[in-house]
Design a protein around this ligand. Structure first.
Ligand code: HEC
Ligand code: HEC
Length: 228
């Protein structure tokens, strides 16, 4: 897709997100529905492929430039931990970046590189990432609102993300445990403010209804949870 088309799409997606998050039913333009459908079909096809972790290892050299050779990201939260993220979640995010359904210029550039052109390339790198060993050292928050954060998370988020933030590979729910505090905080605000077009308006609202101390507390709690 050309840059201009990408940008136009972003604007319509953003406008739609804003409209849906104030309560109207989701109305997508025909173009947008087509993009979403293409991404959905692509993800289903990619999930059917069994990835080759050895090939994934060599492709991962590109990713390591930002996420580190161990997939630990950066403790300032600029790049997230991706080691041990569920294969289905990694694949979904890569496909979403490819179709401008998740916005980050660095990631959008990576998935447009020739070497990640085929779904097999994405499947190979995703399986390698999902098998990387657990990362224990991440960037934590200040520890001020941990109790409040953990209660809010358990009451409002654990039904899907799991009490210890492990998510689910089959349900394609991201693992959030032991993720950098600053990365989580950024995503939580992005979601609350409608900058993650693949998340439902309901998911956006759960976060926009929270107070700042809850949001910071949730991010801090998750950064310190030892994942399974
Ligand atoms: C130029 C730096 C850079 C490179 C190279 C890079 N990434 Fe990223 N990646 C990022 C940044 C920054 C983010 C966070 C973007 C955001 O906020 O949406 C990210 C986000 C992600 C996410 C989403 C994580 C989540 O929990 O939702 C995944 C998955 C990911 N990258 C995988 C990869 C893979 C696989 C590669 C190699 C094919 C790669 N990245 C290469 C910088 C990079
Ligand atoms: C009904 C199930 C459900 C509930 C409840 C839920 N989530 Fe989610 N969440 C999801 C799914 C599914 C995704 C992945 C969406 C996608 O990228 O396709 C997600 C994505 C996220 C992400 C993005 C992760 C990343 O790195 O990309 C964050 C952060 C998050 N949720 C936090 C929360 C918090 C905090 C709560 C509670 C206030 C919550 N969620 C409640 C299902 C849920």
């Amino acid at each position: 897709m050309s840059n201009i088309a990408n940008r136009l799409l972003r604007q319509t997606v953003l406008a739609t997100v804003i409209i849906t998050s104030i309560g109207s039913p989701a109305v997508f333009s025909a173009d947008e529905r087509e993009v979403r459908e293409t991404a959905r079909v692509e993800l289903e096809a990619a999930l059917q492929l069994s990835g080759d972790p050895e090939r994934g290892r060599s492709l991962f050299a590109t990713c390591a430039a930002c996420h580190g050779v161990d997939g630990a990201g950066q403790s300032d939260g600029n790049a997230p931990v991706i080691a041990r993220q569920h294969r289905s979640v990694v694949l979904k995010q890569l496909v979403d970046y490819r179709h401008a359904l998740r916005w980050d210029l660095r990631m959008e550039h990576v998935v447009e590189l020739k070497k990640f052109e085929s779904l097999q390339d994405l499947a190979d790198v995703a399986v390698y990432v999902s098998q990387l060993p657990r990362v224990d050292q991440v960037g934590y928050g200040p520890g001020e609102h941990l109790q409040r954060g953990s209660w809010t998370f358990i009451l409002q988020c654990a039904s899907c993300h799991g009490a210890s933030g492990d998510g689910s590979s089959t349900a394609r729910i991201p693992r959030l445990a032991a993720q950098h505090y600053d990365y989580l905080r950024r995503q939580l605000w992005d979601i609350a403010e409608g900058r993650r077009p693949q998340l439902s308006a309901t998911h956006d609202k759960w976060l926009s209804d929270l107070e700042q101390t809850d949001v910071n507390g949730i991010a801090d709690y998750l950064s310190r949870v030892v994942p399974r």
